[in-house]
Design a protein around this ligand. Structure first.
Ligand code: SAH
Ligand code: SF4
Ligand code: F3S
Length: 529
C-alpha cells in the first residue's frame, strides 16, 4: 500500500484541489490515481479552478502544442499569484519530467514538479508547499531523470508506482460512462526510441506489471460495476512477463523490465506458466473476469504482433475487434529515419493477417506529416497507403521537434509550416473519405453499442441544459465493439441513467465519416448488465 505520508489533519482542513489533465489515456489514468490517493488523505476536489487553493496540471509533452496548453494556464496563474491570490501550483506529468528543474526558474509561480514516475509523492510535495517554510529546491522536485534507465531492474523492484496502481480506489462518480468504463495499465514506459518521441525519456524504461496484479485489478473493477476495460501500454503487444524472477516480501511477483525486441524474434511462445505473453494475458482476463463485457487495448505496435494475439481475439467474444496501430508514415525512407523498425510491406502484411483472422476488425492509427526531409513523393506514399487500408480513423499530426529527441538533434525541421498544414489537410480529407466508406458499410447492421452519454449534439442543442427524459427524441452516444461512435434515438420516456453504461442493440440507419446513426432495436433484446 502507498504510505500515507501526509499529516491527515492538514489535508482535512486544507484547500480544495483542482486537477486538470492533458494528453493521453495514460495521463488520465495517472490523474485518477493521484485523485484517489489525495482523496484517501482527506483532500477534497473541485471542478472550478477559481475556488481551488491547490492547482495541479498533469501535462503532456508529446508535441509543442500540448505543452502550450499547460503553459498558457500557468502564465495566467502567475499573474493571479502576483496579484496576491494564495495558490499552490503543481506541474505533474511528462512536461515536468522533460523540462526538469529549469521550469521552476522560468516560471517561479510553480511550487513543485512531479514526473510521471514519481506520482506517489504528490501528497508530500503539496505538504511541503503548504508548510509555507522555505523549502529547498530538492523538496520541490520529484523527477526520475535518467535513473530508471540506468538502474532499470532496481527501479522496477522498488517501484512505488506499482503500489499506487495496486492501491487504486476506483471512483465510479468520476469515471467514464457512468462509472462503467476504466483503464488498466499493463506496461509503463517505452523502449522503442522512435526518433521524434519524448515518451521514452519522460516515462522511462519499459516495465511490465505482473499478470496476477493486472487480473486482480480487472476483477476488482468488475466487482465495482465496470463492464469495459481498456488495457494501456505504449506498445501493448510487447507485453511479456517471465515468471519466477523476483518476488516481494509477501511472495507477490514484482514489475519487470521489458525483454527487448530479441525476445520476439526467438519465436519462443508463452505458455502462461513460465512466460505470460500479451496473448496469454488477454486470454486470462477474458476467461477469469467474465464480468468485463468489453476488453480493449491501446496502443499496438505494427511489428511483433503475432497470430497468437489475433487467434485469442477471434475466439474470445468479449474482446473487442478494435486495433489502434499507428503507421506514422507510408514511406519506407521516413519510417527508417523515424526508427520505427518496420516497413510498409510489414504493415500491409499485418493488416492482411488482422482481416484474415478478424474480418470485422476496425483499425485506427496515427500519422505524422512534415517529418524532416519528407518530400512530396514520401507524402504521396502516405496518402496512397491511407487510401488502400480500411482505417476507421487516423489521428494526423504535424511533426513537432522535441528537445532531447534524436530527430531534433539529427535533422533540421525543414518542412515549412504552410507545407505541413497543406499536407495535414490533404491527408485528413483522404482519411475522411476512407472513414466515410468504412462507416457506410455498416449501415443496416445491428451493433451492440456501449452507451456512454447523452449525445453531445443534443447537449449543445439544448444550450447545456439537461433535458428531462420525457423530452421527445432523446439521443445517446456510444461506441460499437469496433470503437465507432454511434448516435441513436432512445425510446421516449427512457431515463438516461438507465441506459448509460449499458450495452444495447442498435440498428444502424445512417452514417457520416465520423459517426454512425441508428435506432435502439428493442428493450427485450438489451443485454442486462
Ligand atoms: N506508443 C504509441 C504512440 C504514443 S504518442 C505508438 O508508438 O504508436 C502518440 C502519437 O503522437 C504518436 O503515435 C505520433 O503519431 C504522435 N507523435 C509523437 N511524437 C510526435 C512529434 N514529435 N511530433 C508529432 N507527432 C508526434
Ligand atoms: Fe514513442 Fe515510439 Fe514509444 Fe510510441 S513506440 S511511445 S512513438 S518511442
Ligand atoms: Fe503525452 Fe506523456 Fe502521454 S508525452 S502522450 S502524456 S505519455
Amino acid at each position: 500500500m502507498v504510505e500515507l505520508t501526509i499529516n491527515k489533519a492538514l489535508a482535512d482542513s486544507g484547500p480544495l484541489v483542482y486537477l486538470e489533465t492533458f494528453g493521453c489515456q495514460m495521463n488520465q489514468l495517472d490523474s485518477e490515481l493521484v485523485r484517489g490517493h489525495l482523496s484517501a488523505l482527506g483532500y477534497r476536489f473541485t471542478r472550478d479552478p477559481d475556488e481551488a487553493g491547490v492547482l495541479l496540471y498533469n501535462t503532456c509533452s508529446v508535441r509543442q502544442q500540448a505543452e502550450n496548453k499547460a503553459l498558457s494556464r500557468l502564465g495566467l496563474l502567475g499573474r493571479e499569484k502576483e496579484e496576491g491570490r494564495e495558490l499552490i501550483i503543481g506541474v505533474l506529468g511528462c512536461m515536468a519530467e522533460r523540462e526538469g528543474a529549469g521550469l521552476l526558474t522560468k516560471m517561479p509561480q510553480i511550487d513543485f514538479l512531479c514526473g510521471p514516475g514519481e506520482l506517489d509523492r504528490v501528497p508530500m510535495l503539496i505538504d511541503n508547499a503548504r508548510r509555507n517554510e522555505i523549502v529547498s529546491r530538492e523538496d520541490r522536485l520529484a523527477l526520475q531523470g535518467n535513473r530508471s534507465r540506468r538502474t532499470g531492474t532496481l527501479a522496477a523492484a522498488e517501484d512505488h508506482l506499482e503500489s499506487l496502481d495496486l492501491s487504486r480506489s476506483f471512483d465510479p462518480d468520476s469515471a467514464a460512462a457512468g462509472g462503467r468504463s476504466a483503464y488498466v495499465r499493463i506496461t509503463r514506459g517505452c523502449n522503442k526510441f522512435c526518433t521524434y518521441c519524448v515518451v521514452p525519456s519522460t516515462r522511462g524504461a519499459e516495465v511490465h506489471r505482473p499478470p496476477d496484479a493486472i487480473v486482480e485489478e480487472c476483477r476488482s473493477l468488475a466487482a465495482q460495476g465496470v463492464v469495459e476495460v481498456t488495457l494501456l501500454g505504449q506498445t501493448v503487444n510487447h507485453y511479456r512477463y517471465v515468471h519466477g524472477m523476483a518476488l516481494d516480501e509477501q511472495g507477490r511477483e514484482l514489475p519487470q523490465v521489458g525483454p527487448g525486441a530479441a525476445a520476439f524474434r526467438s519465436g519462443q511462445s508463452g505458455d502462461g506458466e513460465r512466460i505470460t505473453t500479451f496473448a496469454n494475458l488477454l486470454r486470462r482476463i477474458h476467461d477469469e473476469v467474465p464480468g468485463i463485457l468489453r476488453l480493449r487495448f491501446v496502443t499496438s505496435y505494427p511489428r511483433d504482433f503475432g497470430d497468437d494475439i489475433l487467434e485469442v481475439m477471434a475466439s474470445s467474444e468479449r474482446i473487442c475487434p478494435y486495433l489502434h496501430v499507428p503507421l506514422q508514415s507510408g514511406s519506407d525512407r521516413i519510417l527508417s529515419l523515424m526508427n520505427r523498425g518496420y516497413d510498409v510491406a510489414t504493415y500491409l502484411e499485418f493488416v492482411d493477417r488482422v482481416l484474415h483472422h478478424l474480418p470485422h476488425a476496425s483499425i485506427a492509427g496515427d500519422l505524422i506529416v512534415g517529418f524532416p526531409t519528407e518530400t512530396e513523393e514520401d507524402f504521396q506514399a502516405t496518402c496512397d497507403l491511407v487510401r488502400r487500408i480500411p482505417f476507421k480513423n487516423n489521428f494526423v499530426f504535424t511533426y513537432s521537434p522535441r528537445p532531447g529527441t534524436a530527430a531534433m538533434s539529427r535533422f533540421e525541421d525543414d518542412i515549412p509550416g504552410p507545407v505541413k498544414r497543406r499536407r495535414i489537410n490533404e491527408l485528413l480529407a483522404i482519411q475522411s473519405e476512407v472513414s466515410g466508406t468504412v462507416h457506410k458499410a455498416l449501415e443496416g447492421t445491428l451493433q451492440q453499442v456501449f452507451v456512454e452519454r447523452v449525445s453531445p449534439q443534443q447537449q449543445r442543442a439544448s444550450g447545456g441544459i439537461e433535458l428531462g427524459w420525457e423530452s421527445p427524441g432523446m439521443q445517446f452516444s456510444g461506441r460499437t465493439p469496433g470503437d465507432l461512435i454511434t448516435v441513436f434515438d432512445a425510446p421516449r420516456g427512457t431515463p438516461p441513467e438507465s441506459l448509460i453504461g449499458k450495452i444495447l442493440p442498435v440498428r444502424i440507419s445512417g452514417s457520416a465519416p465520423r459517426l454512425l446513426t441508428g435506432v435502439f432495436e428493442s428493450a427485450q433484446a438489451a443485454l442486462t448488465v
